[in-house]
Ligand binder design. Structure first.
Ligand SMILES: [Zn+2]
Length: 440
């Protein structure tokens, strides 16, 4: 079966400002037609298309996550490209951008290609992000032109910052020439050594070293200065997992000054505060850490007013034995792909009245635009047949034990969230189907 008719749904395609009842016809992995309800029925009969009943469901572009860790090559015990993309599909994502902190670090054409080979068993499209410097050591920059030709969509040393001014300057300049965005993990690690949570009264009480907001904002401010000094309109700085009010203000100012600076926020940073660390819960340990309520409020404000360009999960699987260590020794990061849509609907749409189309935009059209993923994040005719069908009002419970990911490290186990995903289609293939359970 190569053709589908998605019939009777509410089509939301933020890239084209569409939110109305429309049917969608898919053929050979592409969107072939979008029409008023009923108009494509004859075509569907003629082409023996499979009819997908979407009554009561939102039909949206497949979600796009520009920040995931798929752990392959090298750490298949945490996640593989197959299991990570299965989790993506379950969460409604059809495109994921994979960070290079694998083993070996993805700083080569070979690894960039390897990650995209069909043998990896991906069920969502994987776009590699290549290392900005060799081995992500922050010293010698990699070959941006050839990495881009091999499929890299950005460069980053995520997990670590590009710390040296002179290197960051070179990275921004070379990436501008190659037409690649630079994604910075903004953390002044000279200030955060040995730290495992947000700096403040709670860290003090728990006897943990804290990471100050300034460790993030000073790097963002430094990067913006370097970008401004380049005077190259092609240069694009993207701030990964922005977590503080201070750093957000810096992005806002840079944007006002006409610089090409974008940023993403992770659901856990607008869902939780440092209080979630509670009694040394390693499922609340990530970098950047969960912050204060004032930061959380500022990020929500930034999402509402358009300063934040994208919601990105920073999906970071770790094995159970790794998270079951004392807090300071446990690795940073949590799962994110299966809960991003639900948390966004709960906290942005339901709690802060963000229009549904804006929530979807932050999870599809906008991230696709940030990394220039052509034909993704929209349902325009000719784009990839990447879709998610979900019921925004239907509540469901997230159970970590049932996750498609290989790992279980999430603070959201047992949370009831809106927006159950019924169906995910990636390039014209059904990659997640929860409809059977709905019928029972
Ligand atoms: Zn990072």
């Amino acid at each position: 079966m190569t053709a589908f008719l998605i019939r009777g749904g509410r089509l939301i395609d933020p890239a084209r400002n569409i939110d109305t009842a429309q049917d969608v016809f898919l053929r050979d992995g592409r969107v072939a037609a979008v029409e008023v309800p009923g108009k494509l029925d004859a075509l569907a009969t003629q082409e023996h298309a499979e009819i997908i009943a979407a009554k009561g469901l939102v039909v949206a572009p497949g979600l796009v996550d520009i920040h995931v860790h798929l752990r392959e090559p090298g750490q298949g015990y945490k996640e593989t490209i197959a299991t990570g993309t299965a989790a993506a599909a379950a969460g409604g994502f059809t495109s994921v951008c994979a960070m290079p902190n694998t083993i070996p670090v993805n700083d080569s054409v070979e690894t960039t290609r390897w990650m995209q080979e069909p043998e990896r068993g991906a069920v969502a499209r994987v776009f590699p992000i290549a290392a900005a410097t060799r081995g992500s050591m922050g010293e010698a920059i990699t070959e941006y032109g050839s990495l881009k030709s091999a499929g890299a969509v950005a460069v980053s040393d995520d997990g670590k910052p590009i710390l040296q001014d002179v290197v960051m300057h070179q990275v921004l300049a070379a990436a501008a020439r190659a037409g690649l965005p630079v994604i910075q993990h903004a953390e002044d690690t000279r200030q955060t050594q040995g730290a495992s949570m947000n700096a403040g009264a709670l860290a003090f009480r728990l006897g943990l070293r804290g990471m100050a907001a300034e460790a993030e904002s000073t790097i963002v401010e430094r990067d913006i200065q370097l970008l401004a000094g380049l005077h190259d309109s092609r240069a694009h700085l993207h701030v990964a997992h922005l977590s503080t009010a201070k750093a957000l203000d810096a992005v806002r100012r840079a944007r006002r000054n006409g610089l090409h600076v974008t940023c993403e926020v992770a659901p856990h940073h607008f869902a939780l505060t440092e209080e979630a660390v509670g009694d040394y819960d390693t499922h609340a340990k990530m970098s950047p850490p969960l912050r204060l309520q004032a930061d959380r409020a500022a990020l929500t404000e930034g999402l509402l007013d358009g300063t934040v360009d994208a919601i990105a999960t920073d999906h970071a699987p770790h094995a159970i034995h790794e998270k079951e260590q004392e807090f300071e020794r446990a690795p940073n990061g949590i799962l994110g792909l299966e809960t991003a849509l639900g948390l966004s609907l709960l906290l942005l749409q339901q709690k802060h009245s963000m229009p549904l189309s804006r929530v979807i935009s932050l999870l599809s059209a906008q991230p696709a635009q940030v990394l220039h993923l052509t034909g993704r994040g929209t349902l325009a005719v000719g784009s990839f047949a990447d879709l998610v069908l979900f019921d925004p009002a239907e509540m469901w419970m997230y159970r970590a034990a049932e996750s498609k990911s290989k790992s279980r490290n999430t603070p959201f186990d047992g949370w009831t969230l809106p927006g159950r995903v019924h169906l995910t289609i990636s390039e014209g293939r059904i990659v997640h189907d929860a409809r059977v359970r709905a019928k029972r």
